[in-house]
Ligand binder design. Structure first.
Ligand code: SF4
Length: 84
């Protein structure tokens, strides 16, 4: 992906993660909760990693930890976090 992309979407199986990179403030709590799923790029903006992700439970915890709601999680095409 391009580093300046405002939105990163990655799908694996029936799980899709979106990072609204314009919202991200680089607090990195998502990386603490799901280190195999999220990382920060050189500008301290969150990215979704390649390879095996953490469990869905941990990914949701990471999304919940994000104070600016920059992480969205979908399962089977339905948004499961945030629920709005
Ligand atoms: S928790 Fe949210 S604001 Fe912090 S790095 Fe992750 S996506 Fe960005």
């Amino acid at each position: 992906m391009q580093q300046d992309e405002a939105l990163q979407i990655v799908k694996k199986g029936d799980i899709e993660i979106r990072i609204l990179r314009e919202k991200c403030v680089g607090a990195a709590t998502c990386v603490v909760y799901s280190p195999s799923t999220f990382d920060l790029d050189e500008k301290n903006i969150a990215i979704i990693k390649d390879g095996d992700w953490d469990s869905l439970e941990k990914i949701i915890e990471a999304a919940q930890s994000c104070s600016v709601l920059a992480i969205e999680v979908y399962q089977g095409g339905e948004k499961i976090y945030p629920k709005k």
